[in-house]
Write a protein of this length. Structure first.
Length: 149
């Protein structure tokens, strides 16, 4: 499991009756490896945006299946959409080459993939959001349970 975290800091100050601001960020990549019945062992590293995206893309190249839930930042804003778009494009490329089964779920995720122009290239996209994740976990879904009767 890879968790991408990007923290933005906006500094605002006034000088000579003018307002100034500076936007900066740090990217964190949290990786966890799960062993049999053992709590996850987390290691985090601070890295540049480019390195973070490269690490995620390299991990995808090693995978056979990708389950994607949640964009990499505020993709709705042009300033913050680059990571989501790059990773989405790589997932789509690997899927089209037959190297990856790509499954995505959740409203924001679907919107992000559509915004990146790659939604049609994913193997499966669910708009069920939280229910999609619960189904993947094997939980009983009330709507499905009613229909089974």
């Amino acid at each position: 499991m890879i968790l991408y975290i990007r923290i933005f800091v906006r500094r605002i100050w006034r000088a000579n009756n003018k307002a100034y601001h500076k936007l900066s960020y740090k990217s964190f990549l949290l990786e966890s490896s799960f062993a049999k019945n053992v709590a996850p062992n987390f290691s985090s590293s601070v890295c540049s945006f480019e390195k973070t995206v490269d690490v995620i893309k390299a991990k995808m190249a090693e995978c056979k299946t990708l389950v994607w839930n949640g964009p990499l930042g505020a993709f709705e804003l042009k300033l913050f959409d680059e990571a989501t778009n790059e990773v989405a494009a790589e997932a789509a490329r690997l899927t089209k080459q037959g190297k990856l089964v790509s499954v995505a779920g959740g409203g924001d995720t679907v919107s992000a993939l559509e915004s990146a122009g790659v939604a049609k290239d994913f193997t499966y996209i669910s708009t069920a959001g939280g229910a999609f994740l619960e189904w993947m976990e094997g939980k009983e879904l009330p709507g499905v349970k009613v229909m089974e009767k």
